[in-house]
Design a protein around this ligand. Structure first.
Ligand code: COS
Length: 384
């Protein structure tokens, strides 16, 4: 075969991985998805199933006890879990987000210290960049860190921390030199047992209700000096480079949610009869389904291409990772909304999963940078 055509085909390992994750997700995660949403409880069953199968943090390199999965594989895992339960898909997704600063910029010692317990499924990692008054304008953060002998001491509050309270490890961005703006921000790793670390209240959310979103507080939180990630002042760049690698994973989550809604709607319209015929016979319904599937497929291509380019270590990932996240999440919102429409009144009830999927889809347009920020990142890349 002409090797150029390989570009448009996933490797057999990727297809095998999809099959394995889909089987596990349908058997071990899907049955609890509605309950976790309804009760706003952590999807413990999903965590156990994912970590038992080695899928909770597939991206961790083998050198640190992980599976060493490539970026496309990681996206496939997230996509397949999100197809049945978006909250559960935040376990592999946020494990990647929380550890990526360490993988990109951390010392060998810090990698050895942190990554093993995440790869083994003993615990998870979270990422702490945002604050109440520093969301899109992330560099405007107020959390501070200063040296105290050999230690670092952190003070401040981070918010919107996915899996906050569940994770043991937190990568935290804090100002170490207030005069230097973004170049005065440093990245650290904090453990939940460190003195002065506290988990605050959980948000009451529209969707992804199974995934806790919490504030975390640092009150003279003291950590050993070697828990800085990279050099002082490089934390903001590490944080943004991290997002270049993880926005494709949010694209993958959005894609999975959209695929789940499309699959549910496709089955439903074949069953649901009106005017003595399955509503799938109506061309208006067929055109809706066709548009939904077309956009899901386009999103899938962008997500995998962005992940593959990140995996290849390409330097300028800003445009493609922002574009993949933005496009896939806009598609997820549109497709889940149309899935609810195809279900009609039934779709508006909690008897069917599409209303949950529609609520869950919304966050993908907001977190890891709003889609307005993604468009800003794309435009900057075009105009620079
Ligand atoms: N990788 C590495 N460095 C980057 C970078 C990237 N992708 N993007 C920008 N930088 C560098 C810049 O070159 C600049 O460095 P110098 O001062 O040495 O030139 C520095 O980082 C600051 O960049 P910039 O001036 O562009 O920062 P801004 O304050 O304008 O912010 C945006 C940039 C808006 C893109 C950033 O704040 C952002 O992504 N906000 C959204 C945050 C977000 O996604 N939050 C969700 C939290 S995670 S759930």
């Amino acid at each position: 075969m002409n090797p150029d055509f390989e570009l448009y085909r996933l490797a057999d390992e990727h297809n095998d991985l999809r099959e394995a994750v889909r089987a596990l997700a349908e058997k071990e995660i899907a049955p609890y998805a509605a309950e976790c949403d309804e009760q706003e409880r952590y999807p413990r069953e999903a965590f156990d199933a994912l970590s038992g199968a080695g899928f909770a943090a597939v991206h961790v390199p083998e050198a640190y006890g992980g599976e060493g999965a490539d970026s496309v594989s990681t996206c496939i895992v997230i996509e397949e879990v999100a197809r049945v339960c978006a909250s559960s898909s935040l376990i592999p997704a946020v494990n990647k987000l929380g550890t990526m600063p360490i993988l990109l910029s951390g010392s060998e010692e810090i990698k050895q210290q942190v990554l093993g317990s995440i790869a083994s499924g003993e615990t998870t990692a979270s990422y702490a960049l945002s604050e109440r008054e520093a969301g899109s304008d992330a560099a405007n953060m107020k959390t501070r860190a200063h040296r105290d002998g050999d230690d670092w001491v952190l003070n401040g509050t981070k918010c919107w921390i996915t899996n906050g309270g569940e994770s043991s490890w937190y990568t935290v961005m804090a100002v170490t030199d207030p005069d230097k703006g973004p170049n005065g921000i440093s990245a650290f790793v904090v453990h939940a047992d460190d003195p002065g670390f506290e988990v605050g209240g959980k948000e009451k959310k529209l969707g992804i209700k199974g995934s806790p979103t919490a504030e975390i507080h640092f009150t003279d939180c003291t950590i050993p000096g070697d828990r800085i990630i990279g050099e002082p002042g490089t934390g903001f760049k590490t944080a943004l480079r991290t997002l270049d690698h993880t926005r494709p994973t949010i694209g993958a989550q959005a894609l999975g949610i959209a695929q789940g809604a499309l699959d549910a709607a496709t089955d439903y319209v074949k069953e649901r009869k009106q005017f003595d015929t399955p509503i799938a016979d109506f061309q208006g319904v067929q055109f809706m389904l066709a548009d939904m599937a077309m956009k899901v497929e386009a999103a899938r291509h962008m997500v995998y291409v962005s992940a593959a380019r990140a995996e290849r270590g390409e330097g300028n990932l800003g445009f493609i990772s922002a574009a993949a996240k933005c496009y896939a999440s806009d598609v997820a919102m549109e497709v889940t909304t149309n899935a609810v429409q195809l279900f009609g009144g039934a779709g508006y009830t909690r008897d069917f999963p599409v209303e949950r999927m529609m609520r869950d889809a919304k966050i993908t347009q907001i977190y890891e940078g709003t889609n307005q920020i993604q468009r800003m990142v794309m435009a900057r890349s075009l105009l620079k």
